[in-house]
Design a protein around this ligand. Structure first.
Ligand code: CA
Length: 403
């Protein structure tokens, strides 16, 4: 792309708008502004122009400012609850200390465009300057009601730390990473932490680059309130009808909900099955020692479990592990008196089991020793001691609703 060609032909620099839909209202609640350049019979992205290191900042700034002006001019005609997302990298943000950009926004505020409708999509990419100064500027912008979105999980900088520092209103998650199944599992785990973090700091999750139905489902399932991508709508020169996808999204959600409910029912049924089975074995071994109980369990649970042990209510292990290796079950005495109270949800689950006098089937997680994907069924033996049964991946795989 020839930078000079663009700079001498600013008339053909135009904003494109990609709608962002919300899950709760199922309508357009915002647009992301994307830079485009119109050439003979063709419209090309200005992305490469803005990423080109060879092009001086002031030229980029000039083109960007024009895009912002043209976009906001059009946005004046939108409903006043529709937001506008503007992409800002740190260099562009810090250009002349961010003053001219703010002045431009204030001009539009005078004409009735509330600055609380502006969301800045911050990317720090290769920024070499002082991040503290960027943060100061953003805090200053915030006093005008301007909101912040932070983008992408891939960066090498400390993403979680930056989220903590910037306290963004929106966390934008790029679903492109979901395309390869190799990274999908880790991606899901990172996302899970991200959704917890978002909940703690009161940020909203926006999933972008949704290109297929399963990605929309993924976004819905992982706490995404806002959605954007070609599957919903491509970027265009004009705004779209706000309720364009209202019915379609309702249908999609209906399918997602039905699928998820079926899955939750299956998990509930499995928990009931384990409850009955384990209760029965425990009853039959009422007078037996824990060692004898575990031995009976290995016979009944041989195709289900790979590790079993008993802990007291404080998480101290009261029995050895009984563990299924390649050559069958064996005892691991060294586990006696190990403590597991530090593990997530451990004490919550103990209290729950004791009060409800019922076992609990855990969520799916990676076993720390084997790295396998497992679930644990825990069961109250009496008021003090609790039985833990780790379920094999093989069993979950064979009952795939449990994965
Ligand atoms: Ca963006």
């Amino acid at each position: 792309m020839d930078a000079l060609e663009i700079l001498t032909d600013l008339e053909n620099v135009i904003p494109y708008f990609q709608p962002i839909f919300s899950a709760d209202e199922r309508r357009v609640i915002a647009y992301e502004v994307l830079g485009r350049y119109r050439t003979a019979g063709n419209v090309i992205s200005l992305g490469p122009f803005f990423l080109d290191d060879q092009i001086p900042e002031e030229y980029k700034y000039e083109v960007d400012l024009l895009l912002v002006q043209k976009a906001l001019e059009l946005a004046l005609g939108l409903d006043d609850d529709v937001s506008i997302y503007l992409n800002r990298d740190a260099d562009l943000l810090m250009y002349r200390h961010g003053e001219p950009f703010l002045q431009e926004l204030l001009n539009f505020e005078k004409r009735g465009f509330k600055l609380s409708r502006i969301v800045l999509e911050i990317s720090e990419g290769k920024y070499k300057g002082d991040l503290d100064q960027v943060d100061h500027l953003l805090q200053y912008y915030r006093t005008y009601g301007i909101k912040m979105a932070i983008t992408s999980v891939d960066s090498d900088t400390n993403y979680f730390e930056r989220i903590g520092q910037l306290n963004p209103e929106i966390i934008k998650i790029n679903l492109q990473a979901l395309k390869s199944t190799a990274t999908a599992t880790n991606f899901t785990d990172v996302l899970f932490s991200l959704s917890l973090l978002a909940r703690k700091i009161g940020a909203t999750l926006l999933f972008e680059n949704i290109e297929m139905s399963y990605q929309l489902q993924f976004a819905w399932k992982n706490g995404g309130r806002y959605y954007q991508g070609y599957y919903l709508h491509s970027p265009t020169a004009e705004f779209v009808e706000r309720d364009l996808l209202k019915d379609r999204l309702k249908e999609k959600f209906h399918d997602f909900i039905a699928y998820e409910k079926k899955k939750l029912e299956a998990i509930y049924t499995a928990a009931e099955y384990f409850q009955t089975k384990v209760q029965d074995i425990v009853m039959k071994n009422k007078k037996a020692s824990y060692g004898e109980l575990l031995l009976s369990l290995t016979k009944e649970m041989d195709q289900i479990a790979f590790r079993m042990y008993v802990c007291d209510e404080d998480g101290f292990q009261r029995s050895a592990n009984i563990y299924k290796g390649k050559n069958g079950w064996f005892t691991q005495e060294e586990y006696i008196q190990k403590n597991w109270s530090w593990r997530p949800y451990f004490l919550e689950n103990i209290i729950k089991m004791r009060n409800e006098k019922k076992g609990i089937l855990s969520d799916v997680y990676s076993d720390i020793e084997t790295g396998e994907t497992i679930r644990t069924f825990s069961f109250p033996l009496n008021g003090n001691d609790f039985l833990f049964i780790d379920i094999t991946y093989q069993y979950l795989f064979e009952h795939d609703q449990l994965l």
